[in-house]
Design a protein around this ligand. Structure first.
Ligand SMILES: Cc1cc2nc3c(=O)[nH]c(=O)nc-3n(C[C@H](O)[C@H](O)[C@H](O)COP(=O)(O)OP(=O)(O)OC[C@H]3O[C@@H](n4cnc5c(N)ncnc54)[C@H](O)[C@@H]3O)c2cc1C
Length: 381
């Protein structure tokens, strides 16, 4: 089990205090309005929340993955929508830092680090989810630009985003349908975003995006033509640990609320926590939180050691996202009717933890990736 050092523990304490003082009090208002307080990202930047994983030369913090994961655990403890927006924002920041030209870094990376613009990532489409290789959106090269057509679905932050890093099948002299990434700007003619209502993570601005003959200059292609698939799959691998870390935080929050409630709520003249069946719930929750945390930090430590750690990343995401929802379910049971109350955190945590088992590869896909790594035999064509 990875043990945090003094510096990391101090950072976590400061972050947790800041989030509890500044963000926790406004979550209910934002949940009711389905809005997100983007201004807090600028203030969270002081802790490393914007650009934590990119080199200092690009304006980042160069944090080890374990420290970064710890920050996401704290974000997940506070609010699922916060963890999600941070994940998406930093996904773009990392891709721009790794693959962007100097011009792209000036126009998009630096404004993102200064919290001046919003971003989203467009992979999933109406006909394409788990099978990323099947992407149908297409980009046809016409001289100094590409013409992009297609649709993207379930895109987090899509209704707020100024830019979208979208992946399309590319057709040009050099590419016969290989995948490339493009930076589409929201005011480019032919681009539009429509809000999608959903049960989980309600403040994350989910959208369906349409690309109707959008002319995107060659300068807005991210990385060499036809190379998006390997980069995307690599990005998904580490993004899985981000989700696992956030799930650990959310589960810990549900557990803490349940322990407090079990000690203070009285029935039959005793705290409900003195009943053996309630204790069983609390212990089952604790086991899941500790196991999920151990898996998530092990994966993070392996990434820090320079390993690809595909088995560890997939297992951490698989277990932590499911465990968090199970913990939230038990927390709701421990809280009785209060657990269902809108405005009390358990109901929100219950909905939000349900959002972890689908994105960045479903639980089934994580199982197949781990199975492939363990057996050396692939069940995915
Ligand atoms: C909260 C949330 C945020 C999201 N944010 C984004 C985002 O920002 N950008 C983006 O591009 N996408 C985003 N997505 C979309 C997400 O990545 C997809 O929903 C996910 O990849 C699954 O695709 P799908 O929904 O089309 O399901 P499908 O791929 O159609 O899968 C349906 C079911 O079939 C199962 N299945 C599929 N293939 C296999 C197989 N080979 N073996 C066994 N079972 C299989 C799946 O596990 C699932 O249970 C988000 C989704 C959610 C829920």
């Amino acid at each position: 089990m990875v043990v945090l050092n003094d510096e990391q523990r101090m950072l976590k304490e400061n972050v947790d205090k800041w989030l509890a003082a500044h963000l926790t009090p406004v979550i209910n208002d934002h949940e009711a309005a389905q809005s997100f307080p983007f201004e807090v990202l600028g203030e969270l930047a002081q802790f490393g929340y914007l650009g934590g994983r990119i080199p200092e030369a690009d304006g980042g913090f160069d944090l080890p993955f374990v420290t970064w994961g710890m920050l996401l655990e704290s974000a997940g403890y506070c609010w699922g929508s916060l963890r999600t927006i941070l994940n998406i924002t930093n996904g773009t920041i990392q891709k721009l830092s790794a693959q962007g030209t100097e011009d792209q870094k000036d126009r998009f990376l630096q404004p993102l680090l200064r919290n001046e613009i919003r971003t989203c990532t467009g992979l999933t489409e109406p006909n394409v989810g788990s099978n990323v290789r099947g992407i149908e959106a297409r980009a046809d090269r016409k001289g100094d630009h590409y013409v992009i057509n297609g649709a993207k679905l379930w895109i987090t932050n899509g209704i707020n985003a100024d830019i979208c890093l979208m992946v399309a099948r590319t057709f040009s002299e050099d590419s016969d349908g290989a995948l490339s990434t493009f930076i589409v700007e929201k005011d480019m003619p032919g681009f539009s975003a429509r809000k999608v209502e959903k049960m989980t993570l309600r403040c994350t601005g989910t959208a369906e995006l349409s690309f109707d003959n959008v002319r995107v200059p060659v300068e807005n292609r991210l990385g060499p033509e036809g190379t998006a698939l390997s980069g995307t799959l690599k990005g998904l691998n580490t993004a899985r640990v981000n989700i696992a870390m956030g799930a650990v935080g959310a589960a810990q929050s549900a557990l803490d609320l349940s322990v407090d409630y079990a000690k203070t709520r009285k029935q039959f003249g005793k705290p409900i926590g003195s009943f053996q069946l309630v204790q069983k719930h609390i212990v089952d929750m604790t086991v899941r939180v500790k196991a999920a945390r151990a898996l998530a930090y092990t994966a993070a430590a392996r990434l820090d050691a320079g390993e690809e750690a595909r088995e560890d990343c997939s297992i951490a995401k698989l277990y932590a996202s499911q465990a968090a929802f199970e913990v939230a379910d038990m927390a709701l049971q421990v809280h009785g009717g209060l657990g269902y109350a809108v405005g009390y955190p358990i109901e929100r945590i219950f909905r939000d933890t349900r959002g972890g088992t689908i994105p960045e590869g479903t639980s089934e896909i994580q199982t197949l990736i781990a199975g492939r790594e363990i057996l050396g035999l692939s069940a995915i064509t």
